[in-house]
Write a new protein. Structure first.
Length: 612
Protein backbone atom coordinates (compact mmCIF):
# COMPACT_ATOMS: atom_id res chain seq x y z
CA UNK A 1 0.00 0.00 0.00
CA UNK A 2 1.45 3.34 -1.08
CA UNK A 3 0.48 5.94 1.51
CA UNK A 4 1.01 9.44 0.13
CA UNK A 5 0.14 12.12 2.65
CA UNK A 6 1.97 15.01 1.00
CA UNK A 7 -0.51 16.89 -1.26
CA UNK A 8 0.55 18.31 -4.60
CA UNK A 9 1.37 15.05 -6.40
CA UNK A 10 0.48 15.32 -10.09
CA UNK A 11 -2.76 13.50 -10.81
CA UNK A 12 -1.11 11.67 -13.73
CA UNK A 13 1.34 10.12 -11.27
CA UNK A 14 -1.59 8.83 -9.22
CA UNK A 15 -3.13 7.36 -12.37
CA UNK A 16 0.16 5.56 -13.16
CA UNK A 17 0.04 3.89 -9.73
CA UNK A 18 -3.57 2.77 -10.29
CA UNK A 19 -2.84 1.52 -13.82
CA UNK A 20 -0.01 -0.57 -12.45
CA UNK A 21 -2.51 -2.28 -10.15
CA UNK A 22 -0.79 -1.05 -7.00
CA UNK A 23 -2.83 -0.07 -3.92
CA UNK A 24 -2.88 3.65 -3.16
CA UNK A 25 -3.92 6.01 -0.36
CA UNK A 26 -3.65 9.71 -1.19
CA UNK A 27 -4.72 12.83 0.69
CA UNK A 28 -5.46 15.71 -1.69
CA UNK A 29 -5.67 17.80 1.46
CA UNK A 30 -6.80 17.36 5.07
CA UNK A 31 -10.43 16.57 4.22
CA UNK A 32 -10.26 14.93 0.78
CA UNK A 33 -9.05 11.32 0.67
CA UNK A 34 -8.57 8.84 -2.17
CA UNK A 35 -8.05 5.12 -1.63
CA UNK A 36 -7.80 2.57 -4.43
CA UNK A 37 -6.93 -0.97 -3.40
CA UNK A 38 -6.76 -2.46 -6.88
CA UNK A 39 -7.51 -1.63 -10.50
CA UNK A 40 -11.31 -1.66 -10.91
CA UNK A 41 -13.89 -0.28 -13.38
CA UNK A 42 -15.62 1.92 -10.80
CA UNK A 43 -15.05 4.59 -8.20
CA UNK A 44 -17.29 5.45 -5.25
CA UNK A 45 -17.41 9.20 -4.66
CA UNK A 46 -18.75 10.28 -1.26
CA UNK A 47 -19.47 14.02 -1.11
CA UNK A 48 -20.68 15.39 2.20
CA UNK A 49 -21.38 18.96 3.30
CA UNK A 50 -20.73 18.84 7.03
CA UNK A 51 -18.49 17.02 9.47
CA UNK A 52 -20.49 15.25 12.20
CA UNK A 53 -18.32 15.25 15.34
CA UNK A 54 -20.05 12.20 16.84
CA UNK A 55 -20.16 10.09 13.67
CA UNK A 56 -17.50 9.26 11.12
CA UNK A 57 -19.84 9.41 8.12
CA UNK A 58 -16.95 8.75 5.75
CA UNK A 59 -16.72 5.25 7.18
CA UNK A 60 -19.82 4.41 5.12
CA UNK A 61 -17.47 3.91 2.17
CA UNK A 62 -14.04 3.57 3.78
CA UNK A 63 -14.24 -0.21 3.79
CA UNK A 64 -14.53 -0.31 -0.02
CA UNK A 65 -11.81 -1.00 -2.57
CA UNK A 66 -12.03 2.23 -4.59
CA UNK A 67 -13.40 5.42 -3.08
CA UNK A 68 -12.97 9.17 -2.95
CA UNK A 69 -14.20 11.18 0.04
CA UNK A 70 -14.71 14.92 -0.55
CA UNK A 71 -15.93 17.56 1.88
CA UNK A 72 -18.41 19.74 0.01
CA UNK A 73 -20.49 19.29 -3.12
CA UNK A 74 -18.09 21.09 -5.46
CA UNK A 75 -14.93 19.26 -6.37
CA UNK A 76 -11.58 21.08 -6.28
CA UNK A 77 -9.90 21.44 -9.67
CA UNK A 78 -7.17 18.86 -9.02
CA UNK A 79 -9.69 16.20 -7.98
CA UNK A 80 -11.84 16.91 -11.00
CA UNK A 81 -8.82 16.51 -13.29
CA UNK A 82 -8.00 13.22 -11.61
CA UNK A 83 -11.55 11.92 -12.14
CA UNK A 84 -11.55 12.85 -15.82
CA UNK A 85 -8.30 10.97 -16.47
CA UNK A 86 -9.33 8.07 -14.21
CA UNK A 87 -12.49 7.57 -16.29
CA UNK A 88 -10.51 7.63 -19.53
CA UNK A 89 -7.89 5.12 -18.38
CA UNK A 90 -10.29 2.69 -16.70
CA UNK A 91 -12.66 2.80 -19.68
CA UNK A 92 -9.71 1.89 -21.93
CA UNK A 93 -8.94 -1.06 -19.66
CA UNK A 94 -12.46 -2.35 -18.97
CA UNK A 95 -14.79 -0.93 -21.65
CA UNK A 96 -16.86 1.11 -19.22
CA UNK A 97 -16.63 2.73 -15.79
CA UNK A 98 -19.22 3.51 -13.12
CA UNK A 99 -19.05 6.50 -10.81
CA UNK A 100 -21.26 5.86 -7.81
CA UNK A 101 -21.96 9.32 -6.39
CA UNK A 102 -23.17 9.18 -2.77
CA UNK A 103 -24.27 12.03 -0.53
CA UNK A 104 -26.19 12.63 2.69
CA UNK A 105 -29.34 14.69 2.22
CA UNK A 106 -30.15 17.46 4.69
CA UNK A 107 -33.86 17.61 3.83
CA UNK A 108 -34.69 13.96 3.27
CA UNK A 109 -35.23 12.01 6.51
CA UNK A 110 -36.67 8.67 5.44
CA UNK A 111 -35.95 7.89 1.79
CA UNK A 112 -33.03 6.34 -0.05
CA UNK A 113 -33.25 7.90 -3.51
CA UNK A 114 -31.47 6.31 -6.47
CA UNK A 115 -30.77 8.77 -9.31
CA UNK A 116 -29.89 7.25 -12.66
CA UNK A 117 -29.86 8.07 -16.41
CA UNK A 118 -33.10 7.16 -18.10
CA UNK A 119 -33.16 3.74 -19.83
CA UNK A 120 -29.66 2.92 -18.60
CA UNK A 121 -28.23 0.62 -15.92
CA UNK A 122 -31.69 -0.72 -15.11
CA UNK A 123 -30.28 -4.03 -13.82
CA UNK A 124 -27.80 -2.34 -11.46
CA UNK A 125 -30.46 0.06 -10.20
CA UNK A 126 -32.75 -2.91 -9.55
CA UNK A 127 -30.05 -4.58 -7.44
CA UNK A 128 -29.62 -1.38 -5.41
CA UNK A 129 -33.35 -0.98 -4.94
CA UNK A 130 -33.86 -4.57 -3.81
CA UNK A 131 -30.92 -4.31 -1.42
CA UNK A 132 -32.13 -1.14 0.26
CA UNK A 133 -35.66 -2.51 0.61
CA UNK A 134 -34.36 -4.84 3.35
CA UNK A 135 -33.25 -1.80 5.38
CA UNK A 136 -36.79 -1.38 6.69
CA UNK A 137 -35.75 -3.98 9.29
CA UNK A 138 -33.43 -1.45 10.94
CA UNK A 139 -35.58 1.64 10.35
CA UNK A 140 -39.31 1.07 9.95
CA UNK A 141 -40.01 4.31 8.04
CA UNK A 142 -37.18 3.94 5.54
CA UNK A 143 -38.38 3.88 1.93
CA UNK A 144 -36.55 3.37 -1.38
CA UNK A 145 -37.35 5.33 -4.53
CA UNK A 146 -35.63 5.84 -7.86
CA UNK A 147 -35.61 8.78 -10.27
CA UNK A 148 -34.81 8.41 -13.94
CA UNK A 149 -33.41 11.94 -14.07
CA UNK A 150 -30.34 12.64 -11.91
CA UNK A 151 -31.25 14.73 -8.89
CA UNK A 152 -27.74 15.97 -8.17
CA UNK A 153 -25.56 18.28 -10.20
CA UNK A 154 -23.29 15.77 -11.92
CA UNK A 155 -21.61 18.58 -13.86
CA UNK A 156 -19.86 19.41 -10.59
CA UNK A 157 -18.50 15.89 -10.57
CA UNK A 158 -17.28 15.18 -14.08
CA UNK A 159 -17.14 16.72 -17.57
CA UNK A 160 -20.09 15.59 -19.68
CA UNK A 161 -17.83 15.13 -22.74
CA UNK A 162 -15.73 12.61 -20.82
CA UNK A 163 -18.84 10.62 -19.93
CA UNK A 164 -19.89 10.47 -23.57
CA UNK A 165 -16.43 9.71 -24.94
CA UNK A 166 -15.72 6.88 -22.51
CA UNK A 167 -19.20 5.38 -22.34
CA UNK A 168 -19.02 5.77 -18.56
CA UNK A 169 -22.03 5.88 -16.29
CA UNK A 170 -23.07 7.66 -13.11
CA UNK A 171 -25.55 6.57 -10.46
CA UNK A 172 -26.44 8.97 -7.68
CA UNK A 173 -27.32 7.63 -4.24
CA UNK A 174 -29.03 10.03 -1.87
CA UNK A 175 -28.90 8.83 1.76
CA UNK A 176 -31.47 10.26 4.19
CA UNK A 177 -30.34 12.22 7.25
CA UNK A 178 -31.53 9.60 9.72
CA UNK A 179 -28.36 9.20 11.79
CA UNK A 180 -28.99 12.18 14.08
CA UNK A 181 -31.88 14.05 15.68
CA UNK A 182 -33.08 16.85 13.38
CA UNK A 183 -33.33 19.58 16.03
CA UNK A 184 -30.68 18.71 18.62
CA UNK A 185 -28.15 17.07 16.29
CA UNK A 186 -27.67 14.18 18.75
CA UNK A 187 -26.19 11.17 16.96
CA UNK A 188 -27.75 7.69 16.70
CA UNK A 189 -24.57 5.56 16.65
CA UNK A 190 -26.25 2.14 16.87
CA UNK A 191 -28.54 2.97 13.92
CA UNK A 192 -25.54 4.28 11.97
CA UNK A 193 -23.54 1.10 12.65
CA UNK A 194 -26.45 -1.16 11.61
CA UNK A 195 -26.96 0.84 8.42
CA UNK A 196 -23.24 0.78 7.58
CA UNK A 197 -22.96 -3.00 8.07
CA UNK A 198 -25.63 -3.67 5.42
CA UNK A 199 -24.74 -0.74 3.19
CA UNK A 200 -21.42 -2.24 2.11
CA UNK A 201 -22.97 -5.51 0.93
CA UNK A 202 -25.63 -3.68 -1.09
CA UNK A 203 -23.00 -1.54 -2.81
CA UNK A 204 -20.79 -4.52 -3.68
CA UNK A 205 -23.69 -6.52 -5.11
CA UNK A 206 -24.69 -3.57 -7.33
CA UNK A 207 -21.10 -2.95 -8.44
CA UNK A 208 -20.70 -6.64 -9.24
CA UNK A 209 -23.85 -6.46 -11.39
CA UNK A 210 -22.43 -3.51 -13.31
CA UNK A 211 -19.05 -5.21 -13.81
CA UNK A 212 -20.65 -8.46 -14.95
CA UNK A 213 -22.91 -6.81 -17.55
CA UNK A 214 -21.12 -3.64 -18.67
CA UNK A 215 -17.37 -4.38 -18.48
CA UNK A 216 -14.75 -6.87 -19.65
CA UNK A 217 -13.53 -7.64 -16.12
CA UNK A 218 -14.24 -11.27 -15.16
CA UNK A 219 -14.84 -11.94 -11.46
CA UNK A 220 -16.68 -14.84 -9.86
CA UNK A 221 -18.68 -13.05 -7.14
CA UNK A 222 -19.06 -9.78 -5.26
CA UNK A 223 -16.83 -10.96 -2.39
CA UNK A 224 -13.79 -10.18 -4.52
CA UNK A 225 -14.70 -6.48 -4.50
CA UNK A 226 -13.70 -6.16 -0.85
CA UNK A 227 -10.35 -4.64 -0.04
CA UNK A 228 -7.21 -6.77 -0.09
CA UNK A 229 -5.59 -4.43 2.40
CA UNK A 230 -6.79 -4.40 5.99
CA UNK A 231 -6.81 -1.39 8.31
CA UNK A 232 -4.16 -1.49 11.01
CA UNK A 233 -6.98 -0.87 13.50
CA UNK A 234 -8.32 -4.35 12.73
CA UNK A 235 -5.02 -6.12 13.31
CA UNK A 236 -4.51 -4.22 16.55
CA UNK A 237 -8.00 -5.07 17.86
CA UNK A 238 -7.57 -8.71 16.77
CA UNK A 239 -4.26 -8.84 18.67
CA UNK A 240 -5.77 -7.27 21.80
CA UNK A 241 -8.80 -9.59 21.87
CA UNK A 242 -6.53 -12.60 21.30
CA UNK A 243 -4.27 -11.57 24.17
CA UNK A 244 -7.29 -11.39 26.46
CA UNK A 245 -8.49 -14.81 25.28
CA UNK A 246 -4.99 -16.23 25.88
CA UNK A 247 -4.83 -15.04 29.50
CA UNK A 248 -7.46 -17.50 30.77
CA UNK A 249 -8.84 -20.94 29.97
CA UNK A 250 -12.58 -20.64 30.27
CA UNK A 251 -13.39 -24.38 30.13
CA UNK A 252 -10.84 -25.30 32.76
CA UNK A 253 -12.00 -22.50 35.07
CA UNK A 254 -15.63 -23.65 35.03
CA UNK A 255 -14.85 -27.39 35.23
CA UNK A 256 -14.85 -29.26 38.54
CA UNK A 257 -11.43 -30.54 39.68
CA UNK A 258 -12.68 -33.18 42.16
CA UNK A 259 -14.85 -35.42 39.97
CA UNK A 260 -13.55 -38.69 41.41
CA UNK A 261 -13.99 -37.58 45.02
CA UNK A 262 -17.46 -36.25 44.16
CA UNK A 263 -18.42 -39.63 42.68
CA UNK A 264 -17.34 -41.44 45.84
CA UNK A 265 -19.33 -38.99 48.00
CA UNK A 266 -22.42 -39.39 45.79
CA UNK A 267 -22.12 -43.19 45.93
CA UNK A 268 -21.80 -43.15 49.73
CA UNK A 269 -24.98 -41.04 49.94
CA UNK A 270 -26.76 -43.89 48.07
CA UNK A 271 -27.18 -41.47 45.15
CA UNK A 272 -29.48 -39.15 47.09
CA UNK A 273 -27.32 -36.08 47.77
CA UNK A 274 -25.67 -33.80 45.24
CA UNK A 275 -21.90 -33.72 45.86
CA UNK A 276 -19.86 -30.58 46.47
CA UNK A 277 -17.62 -29.53 43.60
CA UNK A 278 -14.43 -27.51 43.73
CA UNK A 279 -12.85 -25.34 41.03
CA UNK A 280 -9.53 -23.83 40.09
CA UNK A 281 -8.64 -20.45 41.58
CA UNK A 282 -9.38 -17.71 39.07
CA UNK A 283 -6.18 -16.44 37.50
CA UNK A 284 -7.89 -13.34 36.10
CA UNK A 285 -10.02 -10.54 37.55
CA UNK A 286 -13.22 -10.69 35.44
CA UNK A 287 -14.17 -7.08 36.23
CA UNK A 288 -10.79 -5.77 35.12
CA UNK A 289 -10.95 -7.96 32.03
CA UNK A 290 -14.39 -6.58 31.12
CA UNK A 291 -12.94 -3.09 31.31
CA UNK A 292 -10.07 -4.06 29.00
CA UNK A 293 -12.45 -5.73 26.56
CA UNK A 294 -14.51 -2.58 26.04
CA UNK A 295 -11.49 -0.29 25.88
CA UNK A 296 -10.63 -1.93 22.53
CA UNK A 297 -11.63 0.52 19.81
CA UNK A 298 -13.60 -1.20 17.05
CA UNK A 299 -15.09 1.97 15.53
CA UNK A 300 -11.93 2.58 13.49
CA UNK A 301 -12.43 -0.70 11.62
CA UNK A 302 -14.17 0.40 8.44
CA UNK A 303 -14.65 -3.00 6.82
CA UNK A 304 -18.11 -4.14 8.03
CA UNK A 305 -17.33 -7.87 7.74
CA UNK A 306 -14.18 -7.58 9.84
CA UNK A 307 -15.83 -5.25 12.35
CA UNK A 308 -18.67 -7.75 12.79
CA UNK A 309 -16.24 -10.59 13.58
CA UNK A 310 -14.51 -8.62 16.33
CA UNK A 311 -17.65 -7.05 17.80
CA UNK A 312 -19.23 -10.48 18.02
CA UNK A 313 -16.14 -11.88 19.75
CA UNK A 314 -15.99 -8.97 22.18
CA UNK A 315 -19.57 -9.67 23.25
CA UNK A 316 -18.76 -13.36 23.75
CA UNK A 317 -15.75 -12.57 25.96
CA UNK A 318 -17.96 -10.25 28.00
CA UNK A 319 -20.44 -13.08 28.58
CA UNK A 320 -17.63 -15.41 29.66
CA UNK A 321 -16.38 -12.84 32.16
CA UNK A 322 -19.88 -12.61 33.59
CA UNK A 323 -19.94 -16.38 33.99
CA UNK A 324 -16.62 -16.39 35.84
CA UNK A 325 -18.01 -13.76 38.21
CA UNK A 326 -21.14 -15.89 38.72
CA UNK A 327 -19.39 -19.26 38.98
CA UNK A 328 -21.13 -21.64 41.40
CA UNK A 329 -24.17 -19.38 41.73
CA UNK A 330 -27.73 -19.57 40.27
CA UNK A 331 -26.96 -16.69 37.89
CA UNK A 332 -24.32 -18.82 36.14
CA UNK A 333 -27.04 -20.90 34.46
CA UNK A 334 -28.79 -17.84 32.97
CA UNK A 335 -25.49 -16.58 31.53
CA UNK A 336 -24.76 -20.07 30.19
CA UNK A 337 -28.07 -20.04 28.32
CA UNK A 338 -27.21 -16.62 26.88
CA UNK A 339 -23.84 -17.93 25.70
CA UNK A 340 -24.95 -21.33 24.36
CA UNK A 341 -28.53 -20.36 23.46
CA UNK A 342 -31.81 -21.91 24.58
CA UNK A 343 -32.60 -25.59 24.10
CA UNK A 344 -35.24 -25.66 21.39
CA UNK A 345 -37.89 -28.35 21.09
CA UNK A 346 -36.48 -29.72 17.81
CA UNK A 347 -33.28 -30.58 19.67
CA UNK A 348 -35.13 -32.14 22.62
CA UNK A 349 -37.35 -34.22 20.30
CA UNK A 350 -34.26 -35.39 18.38
CA UNK A 351 -32.57 -36.44 21.63
CA UNK A 352 -35.72 -38.30 22.74
CA UNK A 353 -35.89 -40.01 19.35
CA UNK A 354 -32.27 -41.21 19.62
CA UNK A 355 -32.74 -42.50 23.17
CA UNK A 356 -35.94 -44.28 22.15
CA UNK A 357 -34.66 -45.80 18.90
CA UNK A 358 -30.91 -46.29 19.19
CA UNK A 359 -29.82 -49.06 21.56
CA UNK A 360 -26.34 -50.00 22.67
CA UNK A 361 -24.80 -53.45 22.90
CA UNK A 362 -24.51 -54.52 26.55
CA UNK A 363 -21.36 -56.60 25.92
CA UNK A 364 -18.27 -55.41 27.74
CA UNK A 365 -15.48 -54.17 25.48
CA UNK A 366 -11.73 -54.04 26.02
CA UNK A 367 -10.32 -50.66 27.01
CA UNK A 368 -7.02 -48.87 26.51
CA UNK A 369 -5.08 -46.93 29.12
CA UNK A 370 -4.44 -43.16 29.03
CA UNK A 371 -0.83 -43.86 28.09
CA UNK A 372 -1.85 -46.04 25.14
CA UNK A 373 -4.34 -43.41 23.97
CA UNK A 374 -1.62 -40.75 24.22
CA UNK A 375 0.63 -42.93 22.06
CA UNK A 376 -2.08 -43.16 19.37
CA UNK A 377 -2.60 -39.37 19.50
CA UNK A 378 1.10 -38.79 18.90
CA UNK A 379 0.90 -40.90 15.73
CA UNK A 380 -1.68 -38.40 14.47
CA UNK A 381 0.64 -35.56 15.47
CA UNK A 382 3.30 -37.10 13.22
CA UNK A 383 0.77 -37.26 10.36
CA UNK A 384 0.18 -33.51 10.73
CA UNK A 385 3.90 -32.81 10.96
CA UNK A 386 4.30 -34.42 7.53
CA UNK A 387 1.90 -31.80 6.16
CA UNK A 388 3.43 -28.87 8.07
CA UNK A 389 6.70 -29.33 9.92
CA UNK A 390 5.92 -26.35 12.18
CA UNK A 391 3.06 -28.32 13.79
CA UNK A 392 3.45 -29.04 17.50
CA UNK A 393 1.15 -30.44 20.19
CA UNK A 394 1.41 -32.81 23.14
CA UNK A 395 -0.72 -34.94 25.49
CA UNK A 396 -1.05 -33.94 29.16
CA UNK A 397 -2.36 -36.61 31.56
CA UNK A 398 -3.61 -35.36 34.95
CA UNK A 399 -6.01 -36.35 37.74
CA UNK A 400 -7.76 -32.96 37.83
CA UNK A 401 -8.93 -32.91 34.20
CA UNK A 402 -12.62 -33.77 33.53
CA UNK A 403 -12.30 -36.52 30.90
CA UNK A 404 -10.77 -35.74 27.51
CA UNK A 405 -10.41 -32.20 26.19
CA UNK A 406 -8.34 -29.85 24.04
CA UNK A 407 -7.25 -26.42 25.15
CA UNK A 408 -5.19 -24.01 23.06
CA UNK A 409 -3.97 -26.78 20.79
CA UNK A 410 -2.93 -29.17 23.57
CA UNK A 411 -4.62 -32.48 24.43
CA UNK A 412 -5.59 -33.06 28.08
CA UNK A 413 -6.98 -36.28 29.56
CA UNK A 414 -7.70 -37.60 33.01
CA UNK A 415 -5.47 -40.32 34.43
CA UNK A 416 -8.65 -42.19 35.54
CA UNK A 417 -10.01 -42.61 32.01
CA UNK A 418 -9.88 -45.97 30.23
CA UNK A 419 -11.28 -45.71 26.71
CA UNK A 420 -13.10 -48.42 24.80
CA UNK A 421 -10.82 -49.79 22.09
CA UNK A 422 -13.32 -49.16 19.29
CA UNK A 423 -13.53 -45.52 20.35
CA UNK A 424 -9.81 -44.73 20.13
CA UNK A 425 -9.62 -43.87 16.40
CA UNK A 426 -12.89 -41.84 16.40
CA UNK A 427 -11.83 -39.87 19.48
CA UNK A 428 -8.44 -39.18 17.91
CA UNK A 429 -10.27 -37.64 14.94
CA UNK A 430 -12.59 -35.75 17.29
CA UNK A 431 -9.92 -34.22 19.52
CA UNK A 432 -6.83 -34.19 17.28
CA UNK A 433 -8.34 -34.25 13.77
CA UNK A 434 -10.73 -31.42 14.60
CA UNK A 435 -9.89 -29.35 17.68
CA UNK A 436 -6.09 -29.45 17.47
CA UNK A 437 -6.12 -29.28 13.66
CA UNK A 438 -8.27 -26.13 13.58
CA UNK A 439 -6.14 -24.52 16.30
CA UNK A 440 -3.03 -25.04 14.18
CA UNK A 441 -4.78 -23.93 10.98
CA UNK A 442 -5.98 -20.80 12.75
CA UNK A 443 -2.48 -20.22 14.10
CA UNK A 444 -1.14 -20.14 10.53
CA UNK A 445 -3.56 -17.36 9.57
CA UNK A 446 -2.77 -13.65 9.97
CA UNK A 447 -5.93 -13.28 12.09
CA UNK A 448 -5.07 -14.36 15.64
CA UNK A 449 -8.63 -15.11 16.75
CA UNK A 450 -8.97 -17.97 14.28
CA UNK A 451 -6.78 -20.11 16.53
CA UNK A 452 -8.75 -19.35 19.71
CA UNK A 453 -12.18 -19.18 18.14
CA UNK A 454 -14.55 -16.62 16.71
CA UNK A 455 -17.79 -16.05 18.62
CA UNK A 456 -20.00 -19.16 18.95
CA UNK A 457 -17.42 -21.35 17.22
CA UNK A 458 -17.93 -24.22 19.70
CA UNK A 459 -21.11 -25.54 18.11
CA UNK A 460 -19.64 -26.00 14.64
CA UNK A 461 -16.41 -27.36 16.13
CA UNK A 462 -18.25 -30.06 18.03
CA UNK A 463 -20.48 -30.78 15.04
CA UNK A 464 -17.41 -31.37 12.85
CA UNK A 465 -15.76 -33.37 15.64
CA UNK A 466 -18.75 -35.72 16.02
CA UNK A 467 -19.09 -36.04 12.24
CA UNK A 468 -15.40 -36.98 12.06
CA UNK A 469 -16.17 -39.89 14.40
CA UNK A 470 -18.76 -41.10 11.90
CA UNK A 471 -16.43 -40.61 8.92
CA UNK A 472 -13.69 -42.60 10.68
CA UNK A 473 -16.09 -45.47 11.35
CA UNK A 474 -16.71 -45.11 15.07
CA UNK A 475 -19.90 -43.19 15.85
CA UNK A 476 -21.55 -46.06 17.72
CA UNK A 477 -24.82 -46.34 19.61
CA UNK A 478 -23.28 -45.62 23.01
CA UNK A 479 -21.81 -42.38 21.70
CA UNK A 480 -25.04 -41.23 20.05
CA UNK A 481 -27.00 -42.01 23.21
CA UNK A 482 -24.46 -40.07 25.26
CA UNK A 483 -24.90 -36.96 23.08
CA UNK A 484 -28.67 -37.26 23.37
CA UNK A 485 -28.48 -37.78 27.14
CA UNK A 486 -26.52 -34.55 27.51
CA UNK A 487 -29.36 -32.67 25.84
CA UNK A 488 -31.96 -34.30 28.08
CA UNK A 489 -29.88 -33.54 31.20
CA UNK A 490 -29.50 -29.89 30.18
CA UNK A 491 -33.22 -29.66 29.43
CA UNK A 492 -33.98 -31.15 32.85
CA UNK A 493 -31.68 -28.57 34.47
CA UNK A 494 -33.35 -25.65 32.71
CA UNK A 495 -36.76 -27.02 33.74
CA UNK A 496 -35.65 -26.64 37.37
CA UNK A 497 -35.06 -30.30 38.19
CA UNK A 498 -32.48 -31.24 40.82
CA UNK A 499 -29.16 -33.02 40.31
CA UNK A 500 -30.57 -36.21 41.82
CA UNK A 501 -33.77 -36.12 39.73
CA UNK A 502 -31.79 -35.72 36.52
CA UNK A 503 -29.43 -38.52 37.56
CA UNK A 504 -32.44 -40.79 38.12
CA UNK A 505 -33.87 -39.80 34.72
CA UNK A 506 -30.72 -40.93 32.93
CA UNK A 507 -30.18 -44.07 35.00
CA UNK A 508 -33.73 -45.36 35.51
CA UNK A 509 -35.60 -44.16 32.42
CA UNK A 510 -32.84 -44.20 29.79
CA UNK A 511 -30.76 -47.07 31.15
CA UNK A 512 -27.34 -45.46 31.61
CA UNK A 513 -25.04 -46.95 34.23
CA UNK A 514 -24.84 -45.04 37.48
CA UNK A 515 -21.31 -43.84 36.77
CA UNK A 516 -22.09 -42.71 33.21
CA UNK A 517 -25.25 -40.93 34.36
CA UNK A 518 -23.25 -39.24 37.13
CA UNK A 519 -20.56 -38.06 34.70
CA UNK A 520 -23.17 -36.61 32.32
CA UNK A 521 -25.03 -34.80 35.08
CA UNK A 522 -21.79 -33.53 36.62
CA UNK A 523 -20.79 -31.84 33.36
CA UNK A 524 -24.21 -30.20 33.12
CA UNK A 525 -24.69 -29.12 36.76
CA UNK A 526 -21.12 -28.00 37.50
CA UNK A 527 -20.40 -24.34 38.28
CA UNK A 528 -24.12 -23.61 38.74
CA UNK A 529 -25.45 -25.03 35.47
CA UNK A 530 -23.27 -25.37 32.37
CA UNK A 531 -25.32 -26.04 29.22
CA UNK A 532 -22.42 -26.22 26.75
CA UNK A 533 -22.92 -29.95 26.17
CA UNK A 534 -26.09 -29.37 24.13
CA UNK A 535 -23.93 -28.06 21.29
CA UNK A 536 -22.57 -31.51 20.36
CA UNK A 537 -25.86 -32.84 19.04
CA UNK A 538 -27.12 -29.43 17.89
CA UNK A 539 -23.84 -28.80 16.07
CA UNK A 540 -24.11 -32.15 14.30
CA UNK A 541 -27.69 -31.44 13.21
CA UNK A 542 -26.77 -28.00 11.84
CA UNK A 543 -23.71 -29.37 10.08
CA UNK A 544 -25.81 -32.07 8.38
CA UNK A 545 -28.22 -29.32 7.26
CA UNK A 546 -25.25 -27.35 5.88
CA UNK A 547 -23.98 -30.36 3.92
CA UNK A 548 -27.44 -31.13 2.59
CA UNK A 549 -27.67 -27.55 1.29
CA UNK A 550 -24.48 -28.04 -0.73
CA UNK A 551 -21.82 -26.99 1.79
CA UNK A 552 -18.42 -28.70 1.97
CA UNK A 553 -16.11 -29.49 4.88
CA UNK A 554 -12.69 -28.05 3.85
CA UNK A 555 -13.71 -24.34 4.17
CA UNK A 556 -14.79 -25.03 7.77
CA UNK A 557 -11.28 -26.11 8.77
CA UNK A 558 -9.53 -22.77 8.24
CA UNK A 559 -9.71 -22.14 11.99
CA UNK A 560 -12.29 -22.10 14.76
CA UNK A 561 -15.36 -20.52 13.19
CA UNK A 562 -19.15 -20.74 13.40
CA UNK A 563 -21.60 -21.58 10.59
CA UNK A 564 -22.62 -17.90 10.50
CA UNK A 565 -19.03 -16.99 9.58
CA UNK A 566 -18.75 -19.23 6.50
CA UNK A 567 -19.75 -16.47 4.05
CA UNK A 568 -17.37 -13.94 5.61
CA UNK A 569 -14.51 -16.45 5.67
CA UNK A 570 -15.16 -17.24 2.01
CA UNK A 571 -15.07 -13.51 1.27
CA UNK A 572 -11.75 -13.06 3.12
CA UNK A 573 -10.30 -16.04 1.21
CA UNK A 574 -11.44 -14.53 -2.10
CA UNK A 575 -9.88 -11.19 -1.15
CA UNK A 576 -6.55 -12.84 -0.31
CA UNK A 577 -6.65 -11.86 3.38
CA UNK A 578 -6.85 -15.48 4.58
CA UNK A 579 -4.87 -18.47 3.33
CA UNK A 580 -5.95 -22.08 2.62
CA UNK A 581 -5.85 -24.42 5.66
CA UNK A 582 -2.35 -25.75 6.39
CA UNK A 583 -3.59 -29.16 7.60
CA UNK A 584 -6.24 -31.57 6.35
CA UNK A 585 -7.65 -34.37 8.56
CA UNK A 586 -6.81 -37.96 7.71
CA UNK A 587 -10.42 -38.89 6.82
CA UNK A 588 -10.57 -36.40 3.93
CA UNK A 589 -8.03 -38.55 2.09
CA UNK A 590 -10.09 -41.71 2.67
CA UNK A 591 -12.33 -42.95 -0.16
CA UNK A 592 -14.85 -44.57 2.20
CA UNK A 593 -15.19 -41.32 4.14
CA UNK A 594 -15.72 -39.38 0.91
CA UNK A 595 -18.48 -41.80 -0.08
CA UNK A 596 -20.15 -41.21 3.29
CA UNK A 597 -19.94 -37.43 2.78
CA UNK A 598 -21.61 -37.77 -0.61
CA UNK A 599 -24.44 -39.75 0.98
CA UNK A 600 -24.87 -37.12 3.70
CA UNK A 601 -25.47 -34.46 1.06
CA UNK A 602 -28.61 -36.34 0.07
CA UNK A 603 -29.94 -36.10 3.63
CA UNK A 604 -29.95 -38.88 6.24
CA UNK A 605 -31.74 -39.89 9.41
CA UNK A 606 -29.48 -39.51 12.46
CA UNK A 607 -30.16 -43.12 13.29
CA UNK A 608 -28.41 -44.10 10.04
CA UNK A 609 -25.13 -42.64 11.31
CA UNK A 610 -24.80 -45.21 14.05
CA UNK A 611 -22.17 -47.89 13.51
CA UNK A 612 -23.59 -51.37 14.02
Amino acid sequence: MQLIKQPGIRYKNLIHIVEAGEPLVYFFDEENRLQIDKKLPYLIVFRHEHVMPDLDVGSLVRGESAYLIVLGRKLPADIRKFLNVYLEKMAEAFGSVLLLDIWLSEDNEDQVVIHFPENKLTSTVKVLKEGFTDFSKIHARLKVTSQAQPGSDFSELIDSEILQQTGSQIIGLEIPSLFSHRESGAAYPVLFRSFKDQFSEVLRKALYDFIRIQTTLKISNYYILGRRSVDEAFWEADRQLSEIEHTFDFLLLVSAINTEQAWEAFRRSKFRKKPVYYYRILNVDPEMMKKKIFEIDLDKIHDPALAFLLRDKRNELDKQMNMLLERNSPDFLYSSIRLYKTIDQRLVHTAEYILGNVFADKEREKTVSPLKFASEARIEFDYFKQQDESFFSDVHISSDVPGLMVSKGQLYMTSHSYIRKSRVAPLIQHEVGTHILTFHNGKKQPMHLLRYGLADYDELQEGIAVLSEYLSGGLDALRMRLLAARVMAADSLTQGESFVTTFQLLHEQYGFTKRTAFDIVTRIYQAGGFTKDVIYLRGLIKLLDYLKEGGTLPPLLVGKIAIKHVGIIQELRERGILKPPALQPRYLADEAAQQKLNELKKGVDLKALVVR
